[in-house]
Write a protein that binds this ligand. Sequence first.
Ligand code: SF4
Length: 368
Amino acid sequence: MRDVPVLEPYPAQAEIVLGGACDLSCSYCFVDHRGPEAADPTAIERAVERVLELPRRELTFTFTLLEPFTRAGLWMRLVERILSGADKRGKSVQIVATTNGLRLDRRLRRFLEGARSRVRLNVSLDGAPASHDLHRRGALHAGSFRQAWENVRQLPPGELRAVYTATPDRLDRLAADLGFIAGLGLRRIDVFPDAFAPWTAARLRQLGSVLSPLLGAASAASEAMEWRLLNRLWGPTHHGKVLIDADGSFYLYEWARLLPPGRRARYRLGDARRVDWSRRLKLHETLLGALASRGWFKRERGLRRLAWPTPLLLRHGRSGPALEDALRRYGRLAELMVGLASGAPPQVLSASDRARLQAGFARPQPAP
Ligand code: SF4
């Protein structure tokens, strides 16, 4: 557990959601699209200022849930505000946005080119059009590849990172889909096995057999390609990251956006006028205490170590067969990821992710 970070009262990262809107309804989307519908720009800007004032030299702001470019004007204003606020305070900031590509118009592309060194752009691409459109669909179930790629291709491909969601039903096409994305000129590809999907043992073996040679060859091709295996559920960015919702409210972690507004409220920390950062630790420990008492993990240094699949807890509740089943399934996925990473160059899986996976499910405690 040596490399697993510990939750601290002050967040180093903030996920900002600009409203409930997304122009797609992907079948694997795990974000709750409900409320607040309209963004409150003043409240969000105040919340951003509040984060910039925290006693941290390095901060990350992300826009990776829902579609940030449905509020493109507000997004650009916020980015400028974050960058100027950080410069004024002598802080280093990183900004990351993930988009479905549908609204990447000329104005946005110009802005992104100007901010290129300080904003990292991820684009969700699921391979060839037929694979992409299987899950990434919009109104009236229309596929989205054509429109997304029409916009994305106008940006320099070397500066984009593709995020590919691996699902059990498309494994036959996985290698071809990843080859297709590389063929588009994108050299950085994140592979995210959908951690909420019902992976069977056979499907996991199939996933491993496709990814293993690809990731193993990554060192030879490292100049040309950068592959990463994403452990989204408890990756280094996902517990230490506070959520700023569209009304400017702070929540425990970004995963609060998995929940409908009523349940989300349980994890509210306040807003820019009054926020209780110490409540982060209390809520985190309460949430995880249930798991520790059921024997899923060892209790080490309290419960502040971030080696827990908290999104599963949020989604399935703190106990019950659905949670136990989800934990077991995720445990098998975690073991596969550690196995895949062990034969691959280190950058494929971050050291912190590797430690979390090994600390948790690679050596699971027996369920009572
Ligand atoms: S584009 Fe992203 S936020 Fe929108 S529905 Fe798809 S997965 Fe969800």
